[in-house]
Design a protein around this ligand. Structure first.
Ligand code: VAH
Length: 318
């Protein structure tokens, strides 16, 4: 069975749904640290789990006959800068606990990393897997720590640790306090009132990926033979764009859509320290990674999904 921590966040629910579809309803244990809301109808086999309590993780793994841990619990970039002590605890102590449990029970363990694990000294165009990593957010620092600690547990104790450096993920779910979240909110705003106020400059280029590609990358990567992996941590990406480019894409489907700008200095500073595009050729060579969605396809799907969600909320038939 697979146990997902932070499963109620942006990435967890889509992955849990796909895993249940592939391996059966009882194949996934979803865990998080809050109650499930009534509208979260895609949640099942849910248990409260505080990843700061190593004993509780151990108990959940043993009782749930878990063989794979997917650790999504983390404070993201912008929210982490507002509470550094909590980000350190959750993002670092949490990872230590997860790796110790994985070692004790010989579990396969996936811990996502991020383009935020790179910093301003990193080459920003076609950023390679192996390069300078001097991130300037506590989120990025904690994700470099997770990468290095996971690789240590792999080489020292034989733990099957795997990590993917994700770009901004675009999904029809409420944003989770990151810097790339504008690329989600822009769609909700477009459908609500045809106008988005963007907190990043119009020319801020960032790597992104559609949600379904993100879920597919995790499933493909976890299915690969450990011995076939030349690294434990890989870059993966979909496509890069700027706010003005995603606005132009939306206008192909909603011609009257408008974007204006009110820069958030903190998030602009974070975005300016991240790669503008990633080189994910080693993932494509080692375990056949490839993205299926481009910008316009993502735009078309997001508009359709959010239109349906809004109709449902109004009680109209989608
Ligand atoms: C963030 N959405 O903005 C996350 C992600 C690549 C960005 O890690 O913090």
């Amino acid at each position: 069975r697979v146990l997902i921590t932070g499963s109620l966040g942006q990435l967890g629910r889509g992955l849990a749904t796909m895993l249940r579809f592939m391996y059966g309803e009882d194949s996934v244990l979803m865990t998080d640290i809050r109650k499930v809301r009534a509208d979260e109808t895609d949640v099942c086999n849910y248990h409260f789990l505080d990843i700061l309590n190593e004993g509780a993780i151990d108990e959940a793994v043993v009782n749930g006959r878990v063989t794979t841990l997917i650790h999504f619990s983390a404070l993201l970039s912008a929210v982490g800068e507002q509470n550094v002590p909590l980000a350190l605890k959750v993002n670092c102590q949490g990872v230590q606990n997860i790796l110790e449990v994985a070692k004790r029970h010989s579990l396969k363990v996936f811990i996502p990393s991020t383009i935020g694990a790179f910093g301003p000294e990193t080459p920003r165009v076609d950023t390679p897997d192996i390069t300078v990593q001097r991130p300037k957010t506590i989120y990025g620092v904690s994700k470099v720590y997770a990468e290095l600690l996971g690789e240590y547990y792999h080489h020292r104790f034989g733990v099957d640790f795997r990590s993917l450096r994700f770009p901004g993920i675009i999904s029809a779910t409420k944003p989770g306090g990151g810097t790339t979240d504008y690329a989600i909110k822009i769609f909700y705003d477009a459908l609500k009132d045809g106008h988005h106020v963007c907190y990043l400059r119009p020319d801020t280029r960032l790597p992104m990926m559609y949600d379904t590609d993100c879920t597919a990358s995790v499933l493909f990567f976890l299915a690969a033979q450990s011995s076939s992996l030349s690294m434990r941590t890989y870059n993966v990406t979909g496509f890069s764009f700027t706010p003005e480019e995603i606005a132009a894409s939306i206008r192909k489907f909603m011609p009257d859509f408008r974007i204006t700008y009110e820069i958030c200095p903190m998030r602009q500073r974070i975005a300016d320290s991240w790669p503008q595009s990633l080189d994910d050729s080693i993932a494509r060579a080692d375990w056949a990674w490839k993205n299926d969605y481009g910008l316009d396809q993502t735009t078309e799907i997001m508009i359709a999904l959010i239109k349906r969600e809004m109709a449902r909320e109004k009680g109209e038939s989608p």
